[in-house]
Design a protein around this ligand. Sequence first.
Ligand SMILES: Cc1cc2nc3c(=O)[nH]c(=O)nc-3n(C[C@H](O)[C@H](O)[C@H](O)COP(=O)(O)OP(=O)(O)OC[C@H]3O[C@@H](n4cnc5c(N)ncnc54)[C@H](O)[C@@H]3O)c2cc1C
Length: 417
Amino acid sequence: MKNYTCNVVVVGAGPAGLAAAISAKKNGAENVIIIERENRMGGILKQCIHAGFGLQYFGEELTGPEYAEKFMNLAKDAGVEFLLNTTAIEIKEKSLLCVNTEGVVHIEFGALVLAMGCRERTRANLMIPGSRPAGIYTAGTAQKLINVFGHKVGDEVVILGSGDIGMIMARRLTMGGAKVKAVIEIMPYLAGLVRNKLQCLDDFDIPLMLSHTIVDITGVDRVESVTVAPVDEKRQPIMEQAQVIPCDTLLLSVGLIPENELTRSADVSLSGITKGAVVNQYKQTDKPYIFACGNVLHVNDLVDHVSHESEDAGKFAAMYAAGKLPQTEEISVEPGEGVRYVCPQKMAATEENVDLYFRTAAPGRNTTLTISDDTGVLVTKKLVRTTPGTIEKLTLPGELAKNTCGKLVVRAEHKEV
Ligand SMILES: Cc1cc2nc3c(=O)[nH]c(=O)nc-3n(C[C@H](O)[C@H](O)[C@H](O)COP(=O)(O)OP(=O)(O)OC[C@H]3O[C@@H](n4cnc5c(N)ncnc54)[C@H](O)[C@@H]3O)c2cc1C
């Protein structure tokens, strides 16, 4: 068994883990180690070869690997240590158990940052009826097969789900010579970002079928067709209007699930909505020495947000390890009307600004976003348009944060649908 001791250990070398580790170093943590199960750093960005990353964080348009490389270089320059090909399997109090080809690795830490990202929902999660032929992939698996291994996945493709990865793959497959026949979405609105619909579907004349779902898959060795039906207000298929779309490939882009098996081993409380840890504004869980950031905390829209949030996690983990993070009373932060979830779910008493990240429950126009406490509205922001695919942010200024009364509630009110 190999033993290490460090101030801060970070699990996952994706954009979240890299940003957290760099920030922990900058904020005084002497020894920072990142554990990564793959043989390269960068997380999922390694397979995202399209541009569109870094517009907010770096003010320039980068591909996923370029964005990741900038953080890898910053981490190396900052003196962060890495254990690649190493999987973290269990947290026991302030020690982390990992395995790699040399055997068991045991790490004693002052603070730990969870940054394990998320995985995709599969056909089994959806229980789509039909046969079980080849040619059914999650969108991320197809992305890796094409962009990393250079394989072709199919010629005639249907995509289920209008999340960002599905729309990006619709464009990628079209540019690679495949015919994307339709993107099918069960909800009456888009799941991903509007900019991805414009750039990936509209620009390539790929039809988006809202309020539709797949009710059957046919094919013996290979997919031969899918049956698509409109759904009613209760999302039940209207079978009389079902249509068959011949295709040889089905891509599933039906949501991401935070990778929280390790989090569960530490008995950290998880949110039933985000499926990530319940945290305060320091990204600190209810085990005060464990912090969480990136997609393992809540599934983000843009990697730029992941980097900003993760810098906070790294900074506060370093402060905790040094005994400098004040432990104060916490108040509840809750989603009100029109809001699906808010992260953080708790706020420790503070005199500093607190950023609240959230998603609205449904799309709308002329939207008023508010933060209230028991005394009334504290913060208001007006937006021309909001969609559930976009993460919104409201900041509670420090002078209000220190005097809040009762729980905080975030609401979104649309004047027009
Ligand atoms: C398939 C896919 C495609 C995406 N495409 C885009 C896109 O085009 N544009 C965009 O803005 N966003 C995209 N995203 C969203 C993207 O995931 C986030 O923006 C960002 O990569 C999240 O960073 P992260 O560090 O939280 O997670 P990840 O990038 O997933 O990194 C997590 C890292 O943790 C490691 N890990 C997990 N568990 C363990 C363990 N137990 N031990 C050791 N290491 C572990 C993983 O190997 C991985 O390297 C995509 C997401 C997915 C799943």
